[in-house]
Write a protein that binds this ligand. Structure first.
Ligand SMILES: *[C@@H]1O[C@H](CO)[C@@H](O)[C@H](O)[C@H]1NC(C)=O
Ligand SMILES: *[C@@H]1O[C@H](CO)[C@@H](O)[C@H](O)[C@H]1NC(C)=O
Ligand SMILES: *[C@@H]1O[C@H](CO)[C@@H](O)[C@H](O)[C@H]1NC(C)=O
Ligand SMILES: *[C@@H]1O[C@H](CO)[C@@H](O)[C@H](O)[C@H]1NC(C)=O
Ligand SMILES: *[C@@H]1O[C@H](CO)[C@@H](O)[C@H](O)[C@H]1NC(C)=O
Ligand SMILES: *[C@@H]1O[C@H](CO)[C@@H](O)[C@H](O)[C@H]1NC(C)=O
Ligand SMILES: *[C@@H]1O[C@H](CO)[C@@H](O)[C@H](O)[C@H]1NC(C)=O
Length: 337
């Protein structure tokens, strides 16, 4: 026979024994992707449309199946408690290809057992610190996404797409954080999410760490000008104020010549010096020191005491009133005549 005739002959053989499709593997796994929680039941069908079937089955370390003369094999596990089940469906045929096999795309997952934040006792502004998120006993790492939040704002995330481990793992993820002054009192939370993809739960299962507040420390800075010049009239009163923002809250110390008519009061983060019945001896520089462990802010208030003009005014007013009364009284007497 000529080569061309042989090809036609073989072609006819295939065509006659079955349909053309019998020349190819035809393994249908349904569902094609299975996402199951460790310990949950799972049922998967494997079937073929070819007629020349000898048998079908599942190869697996759990519940293997071997069905003779069946076009369908069901892998059925009431509780999946192995991580490396790796089920594979196989089908045997009378004709070539005689055995076809296909792995099941199986994802066995487990929520993290515990998730927590490990952070320094405090952070300094402008200095990089590390907040570590610890995720214990989670699987599979490949679908894990770990995110660090400050309040509602997501700061950073990490994923482990290149990790092919099936078993549960522990992950410690260090996240760098450089705080600013406004971050003092902020609440940090770590969220572990399993992005399981098609066939997985929607929304993705996630677990949150308890929120953590990390104090941010910084040296005090004044809330008003470092230099002030104020005036008071002799005999009058005045309040000198000093206030600074610092973490921890600053303590205040004033430096000036002490006197009976001068009093210091510190309340609600504001330190004041009250001067009553001011005299010329109070005219000095009042130095305020706002201090914490990380530094000190200083303010100088220069007080000037002005001369007794008000006394002249008061005398004039009193004189005026006396004269007015005298006139009125005089007038009444005059009328009374
Ligand atoms: C699997 O096959 C059985 C019949 O053997 C059928 O009842 C069932 O619906 C199939 N399941 C799926 C997921 O196709
Ligand atoms: C799977 O197995 C469970 C018991 O282990 C049984 O109740 C269920 O009917 C089985 N399902 C199928 C599709 O064979
Ligand atoms: C989670 O881990 C943290 C620190 O490792 C621990 O303090 C905490 O008790 C754990 N929580 C649970 C529920 O296991
Ligand atoms: C993770 O962060 C990157 C940018 O850093 C962002 O593009 C991505 O959407 C984030 N992923 C998630 C799951 O938030
Ligand atoms: C994960 O951490 C827990 C507690 O620290 C430990 O008991 C367990 O063996 C660890 N697992 C792995 C896979 O390292
Ligand atoms: C200090 O001055 C303020 C403001 O005038 C006043 O409210 C406060 O009572 C004064 N304190 C003392 C102890 O005099
Ligand atoms: C405040 O005054 C003191 C002396 O009274 C001086 O040593 C210091 O430098 C002054 N500080 C400022 C900020 O002016």
């Amino acid at each position: 026979m000529e080569p061309g005739a042989l090809l036609v002959f073989v072609g006819l053989l295939f065509f006659n024994s079955e349909s053309v499709s019998s020349a190819v593997c035809d393994v249908n796994i349904d569902p094609s992707r299975v996402v199951v929680r460790f310990g949950d039941p799972v049922t998967v069908n494997c079937s073929t449309t070819r007629e020349d079937v000898l048998g079908a089955g599942w190869e697996s370390s759990v519940s293997p199946v071997n069905k003779m003369n069946s076009k369908i094999a069901v892998w059925n596990v009431s509780s999946l408690t192995v991580w490396d089940a790796e089920p594979k469906c196989f089908i045997n045929y009378m004709n070539e290809p005689r055995q076809c096999a296909e792995k099941l795309d199986l994802v066995i997952y487990k929520y993290p057992e515990n998730i927590s934040l490990i952070a320094p006792e405090f952070m300094k502004i402008g200095v990089e610190s590390t907040i570590t998120c610890q995720v214990l006993d989670v699987a599979p790492a490949r679908y894990l996404s770990v995110k660090l939040y400050k309040g509602d704002e997501q700061l950073v995330n990490r994923s482990f797409t290149h990790d092919s481990t099936h078993f549960p793992v522990n992950e410690s993820i260090p996240f760098p954080v450089t705080p600013t002054r406004t971050d003092n009192g902020a609440e940090y939370t770590c969220v572990a999410e399993l992005q399981l993809g098609p066939g997985g739960l929607k929304p993705n299962p996630e677990k949150r760490s308890p929120p953590l507040k990390i104090p941010v420390v910084y040296k005090p800075s004044l809330l008003s000008a470092a230099e002030e010049n104020v005036e008071v009239r002799e005999g009058g009163s005045i309040v000198l104020k000093c206030s600074a923002d610092g973490s921890p809250a600053p303590t205040y110390e004033w430096k000036y010549p002490k006197a009976d008519n001068v009093q210091e009061i510190t309340k609600d983060g504001v330190s004041t010096v009250n001067i009553t019945r001011a005299s010329y001896s109070n005219a000095r520089v009042y130095e305020c020191h706002a201090k914490n462990t990380y530094g000190v802010a200083m303010k100088n208030i220069t007080l000037t005491v002005k001369g007794g003009t008000p006394w002249i005014m008061i005398i004039l007013i009193i004189t005026g009133v006396v004269i007015a009364i005298a006139i009125v009284v005089g007038g009444i007497r005059f009328c009374g005549r």
